[in-house]
Design a binder for this molecule. Structure first.
Ligand code: SF4
Length: 186
């Protein structure tokens, strides 16, 4: 009888893929498709996926619809407070190219200029089947060590920072953290 010895990284990736914890944070209208994806009919918990209010223990951030600059600031701060490795799935046309809000003065048009997205879901609004498919795709990428948005963010931080500063103005992070200080317990 032989034992198959898994490399530590493979074992870790397998465990990560089977225990994705989602930050409870929804933007836009796509959030309403999450309850049916989580509950009895589609039941994402069977893959080890759960929602958590704890940013520091979550590893998956879902952007569930259109994003305004004000929301994007919060998204970036939440993303930066999550531990590595961490992943992002963006739901629907709005995060991809602002969708039906393409000519709005207040909608972010290209989300991946500001934060790294691992999996995109096309559609307006994507049904639970599409969300489930994206989750399974992300699980496969994590298992194979190919969900590397978090690494891209670290390696190209200057690129992301410059784009963020251009949109929000210099020192925006400092100003936002000052405002949020009341909620942050280190
Ligand atoms: S893609 Fe459609 S459902 Fe999603 S946020 Fe935009 S308008 Fe709403």
């Amino acid at each position: 009888m032989g034992f198959q010895v898994l490399e530590t990284s493979k074992l870790l990736n397998y465990a990560r893929a089977r225990s994705l914890w989602i930050v409870t944070f929804c933007t836009g209208c796509g959030g309403v498709e999450l309850p049916p994806t989580a509950t009895a009919r589609f039941d994402f918990e069977r893959f080890g996926i759960i929602s958590t209010p704890s940013i520091r223990q979550a590893d998956l951030l879902l952007i569930t619809g259109y994003v305004t600059p004000k929301t994007l600031k919060r998204i970036i701060i939440v993303y930066e407070m999550m531990r590595n490795p961490k992943y992002i799935i963006a739901h629907g046309s709005c995060p991809i190219n602002a969708g039906i809000y393409w000519d709005s003065y207040n909608t972010v048009k290209k989300l991946d200029l500001y934060i790294p997205v691992d999996v995109w879901i096309a559609g307006c609004m994507p049904r639970p089947e599409a969300i489930l498919r994206a989750l399974v795709k992300l699980m496969r990428m994590v298992k194979e060590g190919k969900a590397l948005g978090w690494k891209r963010y670290l390696e190209n931080f200057e690129f992301y920072r410059k784009n963020q500063d251009r949109l929000f103005g210099k020192d925006w992070r400092k100003r936002e953290i000052e405002k949020l200080r009341f909620y942050i317990h280190d």
